[in-house]
Design a binder for this molecule. Structure first.
Ligand code: CP3
Length: 348
């Protein structure tokens, strides 16, 4: 944490440890299907991955929520599953199912993946970032991101989203040395990918570990904490000024240990933590972001404002970024997002 926050951007100042009366705001999945203008651009682009790999369209959808709500940070439009795609495990997104991949379940299939082409294959993503760093308002920070190795591995091994991540867990439990090869490949490829994002203009990085909560405590350290610690250490060396936020969703009482051991700059709080517990046990270690339940934004009204006020009251005494505890959902009325942003910005 720096003693003298120096950035002109509210979001980056919070990550440097600055305590602000009105917190900076951005929302996970702030670009997406709840916005009519997103659905329009998505139709034009073709498939979801075409949208991710078309800088024209990806820049446009990144900017849409900034134009509407003036968020303090924009997050690159892409997906965590562009990494398997770049490693040679093609990904497609199917209506009503989500991501679909040919599962990788044996050392032989693992050996076919190739980590040396990540920069080349993801070149359009870096072009999107270069254009965004020119197009964004002066006060808006630009966030790059990737999935954490464990979460990306759950999709690579399972071949699609699953309620329990059983396929990846079983591989990790039955043959940890084989599974380690996959995790090592992801640590390396994700580090390369994120460093290229920083070169292209990303000012902060978020690592999404959506399925961190599916590992038992006996295996949390090896498969969640250690890979993120390694990526963070590499970034700290090769891009020392760029803060890293991690989102170990579902980590519960492991949040403080995770924060300390990984050495990340900040953590994103899921919906399961009370903001008072987070203040006393997590924010004592550094900046936090979160943690409003996204369905409260679907509901809107007084119930949403009461919950938002409680979060602000609990966390604004320390470095804090207002966010949701998980991504915005497609059925969110855009007016409720506007109400919430107005409420946070006028709350005293
Ligand atoms: O606005 C942003 O936050 C930036 C873009 C972004 C997307 N996905 C766009 C997206 C980010 C940061 C992600 C992260 C992501 N992707 C995660 C981690 C965060 C989380 O929500 O838990 C995960 C697990 C994925 C994988 C993924 N991508 C799934 C499971 C799905 C299908 C489910 C769904 O919501 O449709 C996606 C598709 C996806 N990624 C969409 C968007 C806007 C919807 C695709 C569409 O337009 O049809």
């Amino acid at each position: 944490m720096s003693e003298t926050p120096s950035s002109s951007k509210k979001f980056l100042r919070a990550l440097q440890g600055d305590v602000q009366d009105v917190p900076p705001i951005w929302f996970m999945r702030q670009a997406g299907r709840y916005l009519p203008e997103y659905r329009e651009t998505r139709k034009e682009a073709g498939s979801f991955l075409d949208l991710c790999y078309s800088p024209d369209h990806a820049v446009e959808v990144t900017l849409q929520p900034i134009r509407r709500y003036g968020f303090d940070a924009a997050i690159l439009f892409a997906d965590i599953l562009v990494i398997p795609d770049a490693l040679g495990q093609p990904v497609r997104f199917e209506e009503g199912i989500g991501p679909v991949l040919e599962p990788v379940t044996t050392p032989a299939e693992l050996a076919k993946l190739n980590g040396s082409k990540v920069r080349e294959r993801l070149a359009p993503v870096f072009e999107t970032l270069r254009r965004l760093s020119k197009a964004l308002p002066e006060e808006t920070a630009l966030i790059g991101f990737a999935g954490a190795p464990w979460t990306v591995a759950t999709y690579m091994v399972g071949g699609r989203g699953s309620p329990d991540q059983a396929a990846a867990k079983l591989w990790a439990f039955r043959a940890p040395d084989e599974f380690q090869v996959l995790i090592d490949l992801l640590v390396e490829a994700t580090g390369d990918y994120l460093l290229a994002q920083v070169e292209a203009g990303a000012e902060a990085i978020q690592l999404f570990d959506t399925w961190a909560g599916s590992l038992p405590p006996s295996h949390f350290e090896r498969w969640c904490v250690e890979p993120v610690r390694r990526i963070r250490a590499r970034l700290a060396k090769e891009a020392p000024d760029v803060p890293v936020i991690a989102f170990p969703r579902g980590a519960g009482p492991n949040y403080p240990g995770y924060f300390k051991v990984t050495g990340v700059s900040a953590v994103s709080l899921d919906t399961g933590l009370s903001p008072e517990w987070a203040r006393d046990n997590v924010q004592t270690l550094g900046p936090v972001q979160g943690n409003l339940d996204p369905l409260l934004v679907v509901a809107g009204g007084e119930e949403m404002r009461i919950a938002a006020a409680r979060i602000i009251e609990a966390l604004r005494g320390g470095p804090f970024i207002f966010n949701l505890g998980h991504g915005i959902v497609p059925q969110t009325p855009p007016e409720h997002v506007a109400d919430l942003v107005d409420f946070i910005r006028s709350y005293r």
